[in-house]
Design a protein around this ligand. Structure first.
Ligand code: FMN
Length: 192
């Protein structure tokens, strides 16, 4: 059974990011996947302190909820993560989690777990789709990150002008479900 981690970083309960993740999660479960969901807004995640205290052990010195997310990410066969776009970047909530991946490159003996597919949903009102794809690509193609990934895909959902845009747009929900089907299927080992 495929294990899929669903990660939201939107602060908006019941908003666009939640609607997409819920559609994808329901589809994955329908296909028999084991789904775990983490809403970053419910967790305590501190900023990376760049102390490199993790460099010997691979364990962050901070006692918060980050290591739980990291362990679930390593265990998963695929990750589907969502972020709203703020100022043409993924929301700080998501970037804070990404920054905490420091232990995975600072510790030379770090064990990353099985390679996995990663699907990213970005919601926004009008940011440029190509720029947002590049933003994600700039992170996921870093050597320390890409070594844990077989394939990734990014879906940018524009025109999210109300809290219910994604929920009210069947095409958006269909795209979210399509990513879930892609995540569950056995894939080839080529980054895209
Ligand atoms: C502080 C802030 C900055 C934003 N910056 C952008 C932006 O640069 N480009 C854009 O298209 N939308 C921007 N938005 C709109 C959000 O991307 C949009 O409201 C969000 O995707 C809705 O998702 P949610 O319903 O999950 O909160 C911004 C919203 C906020 C609150």
């Amino acid at each position: 059974m495929k294990k899929i981690l669903f990660l939201t970083s939107t602060p908006t309960i019941g908003g666009n990011g939640d609607a997409l993740i819920e559609a994808a999660m329901a589809e994955a479960e329908k296909l028999g996947a084991e789904a775990a969901r983490i809403d970053i807004r419910e967790r305590k995640i501190n900023f990376c302190r760049a102390c490199y205290g993790c460099s010997d052990t691979g364990v962050c010195v901070q006692q918060d909820d980050f290591m739980e997310i990291l362990h679930l990410a390593h265990e998963a066969d695929a990750i589907i993560a969502e972020a709203p776009i703020y100022y043409n970047c993924m929301a700080a909530q998501m970037l804070t989690v990404v920054n905490r991946l420091c232990c995975t490159f600072a510790c030379k003996s770090y064990q990353i777990g099985p390679k996995k597919k990663v699907g990213i949903f970005l919601t926004c009102t009008g940011s440029d789709v190509d720029e947002m794809n590049r933003h994600v690509s700039n992170i996921l193609t870093l050597p320390s990150v890409s070594r844990a990934i077989t394939e990734y895909r990014t879906e940018v959902f524009t025109k999210c002008i109300s809290g219910s845009t994604c929920n009210d747009t069947p095409e958006y929900l269909a795209r979210a479900k399509e990513v879930a089907r892609w995540a569950v299927e056995t894939g080839k080992s080529v980054a895209s």
